[in-house]
Each structure stands twice: as structure tokens, then as C-alpha cells.
Design a protein around this ligand. Sequence first.
Ligand SMILES: NC(=O)C1=CN([C@@H]2O[C@H](COP(=O)(O)OP(=O)(O)OC[C@H]3O[C@@H](n4cnc5c(N)ncnc54)[C@H](O)[C@@H]3O)[C@@H](O)[C@H]2O)C=CC1
Ligand SMILES: O=C(O)C(=O)Cc1ccc(O)cc1
Length: 367
Amino acid sequence: MRGTVFVIGLGLIGGSVALAIKNTHRDVRIYGYDINDNSAQLAKALGIIDDICDSVRAGAEEADLIILGTPVKQTVQLIGDLSRYSLKKNVIVTDVGSTKIKVTESAKQLEKSGATFIGGHPMAGSHKSGPAAAKAHLFENAFYLLTPTQQEEEKKLAELKAWLRGTKAKFLTVSPETHDKMTGVISHFPHIIAAGLVHSAKRAAKQNDLVARLAAGGFRDTTRIASSSPEMWRDILLHNKDELLLLMDDWIEQMAEIKRHIQASDSDSIFRYFSSAKTFRDELPVRSQGAIPAFYDLYVDVPDYPGVISEITGYLAQSRISITNIRILETREELYGVLVISFQSEEDRKAAEDCLADHTNYGVYIM
Ligand SMILES: NC(=O)C1=CN([C@@H]2O[C@H](COP(=O)(O)OP(=O)(O)OC[C@H]3O[C@@H](n4cnc5c(N)ncnc54)[C@H](O)[C@@H]3O)[C@@H](O)[C@H]2O)C=CC1
Ligand SMILES: O=C(O)C(=O)Cc1ccc(O)cc1
């Protein structure tokens, strides 16, 4: 591809898309703008962008592709700004936001300027934010939803996919309505429930300080997404309000039903509640990335002596296996501890399992 790319909002997602574009289109210049000057400077220092633009207008009017990497509320405001500038006639404008109805509605303002807006949502990420967390391969094998709203955009859609080829994501085209409905149930709503579970534990912890210590293992993993950015999720919830209210009604009904079964000690119905959830969940694809990324965790039983972590990471480093996270489960405080090591992919986890089996006699297992 030829031309100039302008990324507005140089955080985790905007930065990762910029890196993926740079990897495939080496001659293209990528300019960036971020309201937080430190983030813009860091993005340049990390090679995410070639140069910083002083204003949105300066970058937007020169660009062939504009990527809005901002939180959804700001994305809507920025689209309003873009509609007042003299954009290039053939420019494609896209975003990375987690909601699509309100964003694509606001993008109608861009039509009169001749720009083509195609909404986008790379469905992978993490609870981290900022340019330092950006990675070129963040979206590999993840779904990347695109929401063109007009038939005649076919050529432009192909062009956008060509720009984004380096993400190695799987592109799917859906309507903004379908997008918000699907992501409502599999991504937005789980964030509400995860926060709700944490609130329950917080209340219980006030009564008994053992609760927080016991929550270190499975509970912490189950509620990982409750550590995501509160600002980002507030804005996502407000954008997808109607769908989320429906899902909440459904949830309340479901809770009332299981409550009735427990009250009646109806063991068959309680069994069926878990069993049908298990059947559906066990059939979900495990290898492809969904909206909430799979964990590739390896559990290692290790003796509790100083230096054990560096011993293990040393073996993995020798075998050139990258880890994304490492922590000790704090539920066992005797002679042995459990080290949980997270990897980027199933391949890395398998390689680590083999590597540790070769070098140590520690118990290694996958949950
Ligand atoms: N975090 C995640 O896992 C995922 C997030 N998304 C979506 O991606 C978007 C960005 O999220 P992240 O990259 O995670 O957030 P982030 O906080 O890492 O990055 C957002 C960046 O936008 C900048 N920004 C905010 N307002 C701005 C403005 N008016 N002008 C210029 N820059 C501005 C911030 O300073 C920040 O650097 C959001 O719309 C979110 O819904 C989509 C997929 C996954
Ligand atoms: O951290 C997680 O597990 C996520 O949920 C990542 C995520 C956040 C927002 C999205 O729109 C898509 C994926």
C-alpha cells in the first residue's frame, strides 16, 4: 500500500494496529496524535509512529487512512471534528471501538466530505493500556469485525483489509446492530458480572479478612476482566445501553430461576442448570481468540526457595520461549508453591511444558 496513515489515540489498540501496519507496509509513513503528549512521545520513541502531528487537523488532512484508536466517547467527538476538515477525497476513516451503532451513526456526518467510514473492532486486547502495552501481534488469529454500511463500499472494504493485513486477524463483516448485540452478550455483559462478583467478595471481605487471601487463585482468574479500565467500560456500557438492559433483564430472570431451584432443594434442576452450561461451554472453540482472550497458562509446582523463579525463566529464555505473565499462587504457604506462567499461544505453552520437563522434575500441569 502507498500513502500516509494517521492514528489518533496511541494506546494499546491504536498502537498495536499501527505496529501491525508498519510490519507489512514498510514504506508507508505513520503519523500519530494523542491528547496525552507523554503517550505520543512514547509512541514515537517505541517506533509505533514515525512522527507526531501537532493537531488532529494537520494529520487528518494529509492522510489516506485515518484510524481512531480512542475510547468510544471521544471517537464520536473526533468524527464530528473530522467532518469539519478538508480531508482527502479518497480517505478511509476507521475506528477500533468496542461499540458500533453510535459510532457509525455519527460517521454519517463524514459522508458529505467524500470520506469513507468503515467501523472496525479488533476483538482482542487486555486490561493493560497505553502505548507501552502495544504489540504488533496482538490481533493474530483474533476476529476483527468490520461494519461497512453501504454496498458500494466493497472496494474500499478490500482496501481497508489490505491496510490491516499485518494484524493477521480474521475479518468478519457484520452490521453495527449485529455487532453491538453479539459483543453485548460475550464481552460487555461479562464485564458487568465480573465487577459484580468482585463487589460481592469486597463486601464479604469486610466481615472476614480471610476472603481476600482465599480469592487469590481461581476467583482472581475468573474476575480478571474486572481490572480493565473503568473509564473505558463506563463509556462502552453507555453506548450499548439498550442491549445491556435487555441482557440484565434476562440475567435477573435466570438468577430468579436458579434461586427458586435452590430454595426448593430441587437437585435435578440445579444439576441441569450446570450441566447445560457445561455442555455449551465445552463446545466453544478453544484455539481461536474470542473477545475475551483465552489464557495459555501453565502451572508449575515448585519448591519454595530463593531463585526458583529465575531458574525457571532462565530455562524458558534459553529455549527462546516468551512469557506474558508470571505469578505465584498464594493459597499454599507450606513447602511448595504453584507458579502460574502465561504464554501468548498454545504452541508456546506446549514448548514450555516440554522445556521444563527436560530441565526439571517439577510437576507441570494445565488446568
Ligand atoms: N483494551 C482492549 O482490550 C480493547 C479496546 N478496544 C477499544 O479500543 C479503543 C482504545 O482502547 P485502548 O487502546 O485499550 O485504550 P488506551 O487507553 O490504551 O488508549 C487510548 C488512547 O487514546 C487517547 N485519547 C483519549 N482521548 C483522545 C482524544 N480526544 N484525542 C486523541 N487521543 C485521545 C488516550 O490518551 C490514550 O492514549 C476503545 O474504543 C476501546 O473500546 C477494542 C478492543 C480491545
Ligand atoms: O481483557 C480482556 O479479556 C478483554 O475483554 C479484552 C477486550 C476488551 C474490549 C474489547 O472490545 C474486546 C476485547
